[in-house]
Design a protein around this ligand. Structure first.
Ligand code: AMP
Ligand code: ZN
Length: 139
């Protein structure tokens, strides 16, 4: 994709600190990390949304991301890691080439997700949402 910064990084037209590459995916350090070591795993094919990434490539992204999570624990003494993917501008996606964030975490790293927790309108409300979604869920 011509004007995509991540496609340019894969092509070597923009610099990156490469962490991993195979025939399907590319991984590099995020330029503005939540914590040092924060990296991005991206498909080599240009996909805006995770939903269009073929299963084999999406699986590779998750697998490589998790392996880096283990490396964070061993190399950085991290306590854990987050895998995060923002799909759509409303979800926080800024770069429109799908990417999986892999973020090393420490118990006291001072970073808190603003993860709100709403309540359903009873069991019926919860079931109604499930049914509405499943009507359109394509297996
Ligand atoms: P998102 O908000 O999920 O779209 O995240 C985009 C991420 O890409 C941000 O965390 C940026 O810091 C990162 N980013 C943008 N440009 C570059 C770049 N040239 N090299 C490395 N990371 C980048
Ligand atoms: Zn791209």
């Amino acid at each position: 994709m011509k004007n995509c910064i991540f496609c340019k990084i894969i092509a070597g037209e923009l610099p990156s600190v490469k962490m991993y590459e195979d025939e399907l995916v590319y991984a590099f350090l995020d330029i503005s990390p939540i914590n040092p070591g924060h990296l991005l795993v991206i498909p080599k094919e240009h996909h805006v949304s995770a939903s269009s990434i073929p299963e084999e490539i999406a699986g590779r992204m998750f697998h490589i991301g998790s392996r880096f999570g283990v490396a964070f624990k061993r190399a950085l003494d991290a306590d854990g890691f987050n895998l995060h993917l923002a799909d759509g501008a409303c979800a926080g996606q800024v770069v429109m080439h799908a990417h999986l964030h892999v973020i090393p975490r420490d118990v006291e790293d001072g970073f808190h997700w603003n993860w709100r927790q709403l309540e359903y309108d009873g069991d019926d409300g919860r079931t109604a949402i499930a049914e509405k979604i499943l009507e359109k869920f394509k297996k």
